[in-house]
Design a protein around this ligand. Sequence first.
Ligand SMILES: [Zn+2]
Length: 407
Amino acid sequence: VTPDPGLIEYDEDIDLRILGVLEDLELKTLTWGLVDGGFQEDELLDLLDDAAEVFGDGRSATEIKQELENRVLITRIPTSTGDLWRTRMAETVRLLARLRQLFPQNMADQSWKTAPKLVSDYRFVARQRFFPARNLSSAQFLEEALGDEQGPTRDSLEALTLDGGGSLSFSPFQARAAETILQHIGSLEPTATLVAAGTGSGKTKAVYLPALAHLSSLPRDTPWTKMLALYPRNELLKDQLQTALTELRLLKSQTGVALTIGGFFGDTPYNNSEPTGKSWKERNNHRVCPFLRCPSCQADLYWFKDGGVGGLKCSTCADRVRSDELLLSRWQLQETAPDVLLTTVEMLNRRLGDDWSRHIFGVGQPPGHRPRLLLLDEVHTFSGLTGAQVTHLLRRWRHAVGEPVHS
Ligand SMILES: [Zn+2]
């Protein structure tokens, strides 16, 4: 499933459009490898004056300059002959292009200044970014994803389209992805949906919304892993754990269905004691969670003992992330399989053969309690040798699960 060609341009922010004018001018010199240039003060003000007129901006050039500077979109470079101005783009390129090799012999007495360059040459290409148009209302999205089918899946999917009082808009590719996924989950044959769209276009929602809606309609008599989300890198996993937790909270508040989530990777604490791993840094006598921020206020979360197990409490507000939504430790995951498990390729590979933890991945479960969905993120990274190994790993996992899974 890929986005339609009907694409729209993104920037509605007038400052960014003005910035674009400056960047277009800088591009001409940057593509030639000239990184030390800049706009002189008068030159900049003239350009801003012209841009303001073109975009119908009522501000004076000085006001625009001040705003761009406040937003760190442009940087002032003091020189012996007066100030120069560069956009953040040109300054970033300059900083990268001027990096030096930093070996011990170049550390003393500022000798790094004469050390060999780190970047021998560069090519700079700038293209307009496009995003798929979000021109479907949530009602149209539901209609396309589920037709007139009623029931718990629809209720949950509808709940997940809400957004702080209003409801979200969707791209047609998201609706098609949701439709395909919901049609094929639970097939008797292994099936797969591939969603390919650019960064920031809403791929995650296109997959998580139908997936969670389906999971919420399944029996929850005993805990079992219903979906496995596999990530090539820890950083991606952390990002998605944060997003998924927010979606689960929305689902619970709207439908009462409480799904649990767990992250099984390097930073996951081993047991119910205070984590002591290097990544759990100590602050004010608390251990700071290295992979989640407060879902309410984005502040750091502290580990705390919560009725015998570990929980997370916000360092600023009253929010708590408890074991009824997040299974924090490996011990908890082992005791109570989460509805949604996020893990890494590395962890699955190492722990799939481990009797203690393989059931967390949905292995060895009775019919009806086997995973329904496998989410593979960033599949383009699974190429070459790694790709071949991941393929074998997935075959081993599928075989061990013993039932077709929608990927
Ligand atoms: Zn908070």
